[in-house]
Ligand binder design. Sequence first.
Ligand code: FMN
Length: 199
Amino acid sequence: MQNDVISFLLKRRSVVAKKMLPQEPTASDLENIIACGLRVPDHSNVQPWRLVIVQGEARAQFDQQIILPAAIAANKADKKDELSEMQLELESNRMQRSGLVIAVLHTPVVPHKIPLWEQQLSAGAVCTNLLIAAQSLDYAAQWITEWLAYDASVISALGGDPDRDKVAGFIHIGQKKQQPDERKRPVAGDKISFWGLQH
Ligand SMILES: Cc1cc2nc3c(=O)[nH]c(=O)nc-3n(C[C@H](O)[C@H](O)[C@H](O)COP(=O)(O)O)c2cc1C
């Protein structure tokens, strides 16, 4: 049997951030997207996640004040040649590719009776729900990490503790220029088995 949710899930596709029109979702759509993002399975209600929204002018500020200096510092630390014009341009615009970015910080509670792994899975579920909610409203959306997710200064700038917290993802949301093409999908038969049954 199919219903609207199944039909949508069977067709949904991400649109890469660089191919989006950088328009924000409406305030009421954003409210719903966030509510869906927070409504995830979460063993023992630990809530090991925080959302940081980067929108409007804050996107350019985050690019200029946080990402670009972090990219230059990481490059220096790696003793590489200076960043090229093209790389500088890329690092100056990461947050501005889309209309709005929701950074999902995984903020685990440790030690805790709920294993860290389960808390991490719940943070992934937040990203999935945000993505799916945005796509269901026909926005262009993508879940990305890139190098930024692993940079201590970026985690700090988002209010996280780099020694404990992780960026589960940056959910970019914008408008579609065109419908995305389908991509290769796994073949169910290669991924599933029925334990104990002969097929
Ligand atoms: C944790 C995680 C991190 C990802 N990081 C990136 C990334 O940094 N850059 C990228 O191009 N795609 C990244 N992706 C992949 C895309 O978000 C997406 O899965 C892919 O474009 C296909 O999406 P679709 O199956 O929703 O259409 C990441 C996916 C996950 C789950």
